[in-house]
Design a protein around this ligand. Structure first.
Ligand code: NAP
Length: 591
């Protein structure tokens, strides 16, 4: 039976357009090509409702609009809420979106003309009225032809201004890629030895700038004014600077845009800033993705070639406007985690307080009125097992359900609206986008629970009561398999792993295996607390047990999922996710 995309998923992608693929959800009638999940032309990866444990850094899924534009009619295009939202505002000129970006930049790249100029009809209005004119001038005088000059040995010539850590690290990589690098310094003699150690050639700024039309500005942005800016005219300037969001001025413009204003005849391209000098000099082990943006397409392409030459992966983000976000990437601090962390913490604290009352406080509180009452501290001996371990387990299963529930809700919304082309409510959109982090936090909590249970059982504390008979081993096995398979989901969401999987493999893991994990986790609770789930245990000021609390969401999610699996509902949902609209989008504008 074909499942529909609704309600898969745990870990979601960072950018909306990469949002959870809709794995198993590909209907049999529309075969999904076997392409790796991060292949831009892969089928509708961007289906929020579908994939729970989407790749951690799953890069570069096309946004919904990009997928549509690419004319892939037969693919089950399942769209993420984020993708839907984003598709109205952005598209990168390359059709690829940086997974490094938390929010996609409002790219103007798509509005460029083929000549690489801003189209006044569609483009963002230039921030400087001289800007479009200056581009025409530079293109017309040919000074900034998008080609690097070669030296006598056929090596490409490039200039790096600045002999700090970053300038030297980049010089090293460029020299390794067989570039001739002229390194401009205020005092070439002072830095000669360290520049020559990289293979670069130390020069004054003026000498260096005569070497090539492409200049890497590796000087702190605040010192840009002290550079010979007039000599940068008509050059392609690669701006590598970063900006702390705290330093953002009221205009919101990026440093790269300011630089473009300072040298209007140059073509400024933002690149390399997401790398650190340390990683550049030690060799990249993590993400090799380098966002590239600039208002001139030829210049962007040339810089992308340079990025490739040093064995990194350029991601064309279109116009220089994207630099507003790109140059703040290195300063992002777990921004995407807030939702998941807050949710996880609230759930955990709630569970902990309930166990605290039920295991330690209530017995004391209920006896307080008795004569000769003394506070009984013995209950606190088992705080790690009774409170921390149980709270972590309850939080884990609640978070697991919270990974799948939004997908199910999204499916019902799509069914009710009869289209996938309308936006989800903001709360659902936020929830869908937060699934990746919720999934990781689920794993974290499950691991804490497993470690504590193992520690206690090694100390002789049994995992279950001897009266449990067959239920004991069954519940332990369900817990163990839950953890094992949840680990598989987590591992499959790593970019390096998901990149080696075909789309169907990835879909299978994230959808089918994900739902199996939820089912096993529910059995884990049910078999363990069989006797107490429905009866009594509303002791202690009518507080429910955490087993009663934490089973509600998983059961609700599973029950809501069931109707979506019936063939007729599945067919309708699949059609909707392939682009069929029961009603026109206009009629939904008031929804
Ligand atoms: P840095 O060490 O502070 O300075 C770089 C060089 O700029 C200096 O060695 C100096 O070279 C030149 N310089 C300093 N003050 C100057 C002035 N008043 N006028 C003209 N030139 C001056 O900086 P960095 O760490 O290499 O970073 C350079 C750029 O790369 C920055 O924009 C930074 O945001 C960006 N970046 C750095 C990293 C990193 O890991 N460091 C990572 C990503 C991006 P001379 O004395 O030879 O002229």
């Amino acid at each position: 039976m074909a499942t529909n995309p609704a309600g898969t998923g745990i870990m979601e992608n960072i950018t909306p357009s990469d949002s959870p693929p809709s794995p198993s959800d590909a209907p049999p009638s529309s075969p999904v090509p076997s392409v790796p999940p991060n292949t831009p032309s892969s089928p509708s990866l961007s289906d929020p409702p579908t994939t729970p444990f989407p790749s951690l850094g799953q890069p570069s899924f096309p946004s919904a609009s990009q997928t549509r534009d690419a004319k892939m009619p037969d693919l089950p295009e399942m769209e993420s809420a984020g993708a839907q939202r984003q598709s109205q505002t952005s598209s990168s000129s390359s059709g690829k979106t940086s997974s490094l970006l938390r929010k996609k930049p409002r790219s103007r790249g798509a509005s460029e003309t083929s000549a690489g100029r801003i189209d006044p009809g569609t483009a963002f209005p230039p921030y400087d009225p001289r800007f479009s004119l200056s581009l025409s001038v530079s293109a017309a005088n040919g000074a900034a032809a998008a080609q690097l000059p070669l030296d006598d040995n056929g090596r490409k010539k490039i200039v790096v201004l600045g002999t700090g850590d970053f300038g030297l690290a980049l010089t090293t990589r460029l020299v390794q890629a067989n570039y001739r690098v002229a390194v401009g310094s205020r005092d070439p003699e002072r830095c000669r030895s360290k520049v020559e150690a990289t293979g670069g050639i130390p020069m004054t700024h003026a000498e260096a700038l005569r070497e090539s039309v492409v200049v890497v500005l590796a000087v702190p942005f605040q010192h840009t004014g002290s550079l010979p800016l007039s000599s940068l005219a008509n050059k392609i300037i690669i701006d590598v600077s970063n900006r702390n969001p705290k330093d953002r001025d009221s205009s919101g413009r990026s440093q790269a845009e300011h630089l473009q204003n300072l040298v209007p005849t140059a073509r400024v391209v933002k690149a390399f800033n997401v790398l650190s000098a340390y990683t550049l000099s030690r060799g990249i082990r993590g993400s090799k993705e380098v966002p590239v943006c600039g208002d001139d397409r030829d210049a962007r392409q040339l810089v992308s070639e340079i990025v490739k030459d040093i064995r990194l992966d350029p991601t064309d983000l279109g116009s220089l406007h994207s630099a507003r976000e790109v140059e703040e990437i290195p300063f992002q601090f777990f921004t995407e985690w807030k939702f998941g962390v807050v949710l996880s913490t609230v759930v955990w604290c709630l569970m902990f307080v309930i166990t605290l009352f039920r295991s330690q406080l209530c017995s004391n509180l209920e006896n307080m009125h008795k004569p000769n009452f003394t506070w009984d501290w013995s209950g606190f001996d088992g705080i790690m097992r009774d409170n921390v371990s149980s709270s972590s387990a309850a939080t884990a299963i609640t978070l697991l359900a919270l990974c799948y529930l939004p997908g199910v809700l999204a499916a019902y919304i799509q069914l009710a609206r009869g289209t996938k082309y309308s936006e989800f409510p903001l709360w659902l959109d936020t929830w869908l986008k937060g699934r990746k982090h919720i999934g990781i936090l689920m794993l974290w909590n499950a691991a804490i629970h497993a470690i504590l249970v193992l520690s206690y059982s090694m100390g002789g504390v049994g995992m279950y009561d001897s009266t449990y008979s067959w239920r004991g081993p069954t519940y332990v096995a369900c817990g163990a398999f839950t953890l094992l398979l949840a680990g598989v989901l987590g591992v499959a969401s790593l970019p390096s792993v998901s990149a080696s999987m075909t789309w169907r493999e990835f879909s299978f893991v994230q959808s089918r295996v994900g739902w199996l994990v939820l089912l096993l986790a529910s059995f884990h609770i049910i078999f363990n607390f069989w006797d107490s789930l429905v009866k009594d245990h509303f002791s202690c000021y009518f507080l429910p047990s955490i087993a009663q609390l934490c089973i509600v969401l998983p059961l609700l999610t599973l029950v809501l999922k069931l109707p979506l699996l019936t063939p007729c509902v599945d067919r309708s949902l699949t059609k909707i996710r392939q682009g069929y609209e029961r009603v026109s989008l206009n009629s939904l504008s008031g929804v």
